[in-house]
Design a protein around this ligand. Sequence first.
Ligand code: PAF
Length: 287
Amino acid sequence: MSIAVIETIAELRTVTADARSAARRVALVPTMGALHDGHLALVRRAREVADVVIVSIFVNPLQFGPSEDLDRYPRTLPDDLARLEDLGVEAVFAPSALEIYPDGPAGTRVSAGPVGALFEGRSRPGHFDGVLTVVSKLLNIAQPHVVLFGQKDAQQVFLVSRMIADLNFPVGVEVVPIVRESDGLALSSRNRFLDAREKVAALRLSVALEAAESSADRGLDAVLAAAQSVLMGESLVELDYLSVVHPATFLPVDDTHQGRALVLVAARVGTTRLIDNMLIFLQSNRS
Ligand code: PAF
């Protein structure tokens, strides 16, 4: 049976309201389409934690900057629907931009605050305000019991989770681990832009994170040096940032920090910008 595609807010509200009144748990998996196995892992997890799974597919114009090519973003709805087939998805919500932003982009926005201006937000000003605004709208429209995000976009996970707590959205957040190719490359809709040489070069990101993890017992400087030396050895990799942050604040840790820490890396490989991250257990090198 093919999956129902819903294009209007009113229709989606009816579907999720009916599910709630039948005491069925509703999960929302927000996506921008171009679905890969990482998205499918979100959907599979959603099926484990809820009875009714809604996948939204909406390329959100608000999270693209003026210099980013919104029109170039892959739109692959028929393929996406085929990939979701047999995964037990109740409906795909695929609204138009006009349905979501009837008055254009000038309306109310949710601010991601100072953390929204760091890392990804530094190269993409306003990006996280756009993400939080559309996620708020999707939560208010679908009113799910649980919403799922991938750990691959660690800063997005941090900011959305904080918004949900700060603004008291009555929804649980489920974070699904990064899905990697067998060689370690984190799955991303952007991997399709890598040619064969760039794909090999892109492996440096996950290798750098592994090197960081192997050095975690020698402290922050060793972690950064280990990752840097892997990244520096490849001319096709242009590093944007490499940082170690506290998972609770998303702010860089100093060398007194002990315990869980998140290593973040972003780099341009050819013309494609890639991000990756890994949770490590850091020892202080000041002890
Ligand atoms: O991660 C994404 O695909 C997008 O940022 C999201 C969460 C669907 C909001 O547009």
